[in-house]
Design a protein around this ligand. Sequence first.
Ligand SMILES: C[S@@+](CC[C@H](N)C(=O)[O-])C[C@H]1O[C@@H](n2cnc3c(N)ncnc32)[C@H](O)[C@@H]1O
Length: 216
Amino acid sequence: MTPYFETKLGKLYHGDCLEIIPGLELESVDLVLTDPPYPTEYTKEYKFNKKTILLLNDINSKQLIFWTPQDKDKFPLSYSCFHIWDKKVGVKSQFELIYERNGGTGYRVYNVYLLNSTVAAKYLSDVFTGHKSQKPRKLITKLLHDSKTNNTVFDPFLGSGTTAVVCERSKRKWIGIEIEEKYCEMAAKRIEESLTVMERIERSEKGITKKTGLLF
Ligand SMILES: C[S@@+](CC[C@H](N)C(=O)[O-])C[C@H]1O[C@@H](n2cnc3c(N)ncnc32)[C@H](O)[C@@H]1O
C-alpha cells in the first residue's frame, strides 16, 4: 500500500482505517494514541462510524483513546483506567477523558489549555491548523511520555497530524491514517515543518518536499 506521505520515521495513509488496517503490518506498534470521531460532535464532518472504534479491539497494544464525557454513548470498549484532560478554559470547568486500555490503573490529570484558535495556539507555542479537533502538542507529548512505551505509535484517526508531529519531535516511529484528503494535506505539511533542517534539505534534494512556506 502506498502512503500518502512518509518520512524516515513514519507513514501517513489516506483512506478509511477499516479498509487500511488489515493491510498494515502493526507488529512494531506498542501504543495506539488516538482521538476518534465521537457520536455527538461533528459526526457527519468526521464520518462517525462505531465500527471503526470497535476495530481497536483487534489491535494488540497499549491504547490511549480520547472520548468526550458529554457523550450519551458510553466509551464502547473495555479499559483499565481513564485520564482527565482539564482544558483550563477559565472559570467554567471543561474536560475530556482519555481512556487507557491494556495499560495502567492509576489515573492522571493533565492541565493543558484548550486549543481552538490562533490566539490559544500562540499561547501554547503551537500552530492552529483550522482542524476543529486539533489537540495541543503539549498534551500529546505528556501522554506519550507517560505511556512508557518506545516503539511505533499508531493513530488511525490522525486529523491534522498532532500525534505524528509529536512523534517526529521525540524521534518515535509512527503510523497514521486519515480519511479526508484535506486533513491529510494539512497533516503532511505540518509534519514536514516539524522535521529538522537537515532532513528537509535531504528531502528537498530528493524532490519529495511538501510546499510548506518554509525555505528549509
Ligand atoms: C477528532 S479528529 C482527530 C483530531 C486530531 N487528534 C488532531 O489533533 O488533529 C478525528 C479524525 O478522524 C478522521 N476519520 C474519521 N473516520 C475515519 C476513518 N474511518 N478512517 C480514518 N480517519 C477517519 C476524521 O476525518 C477526523 O479528522
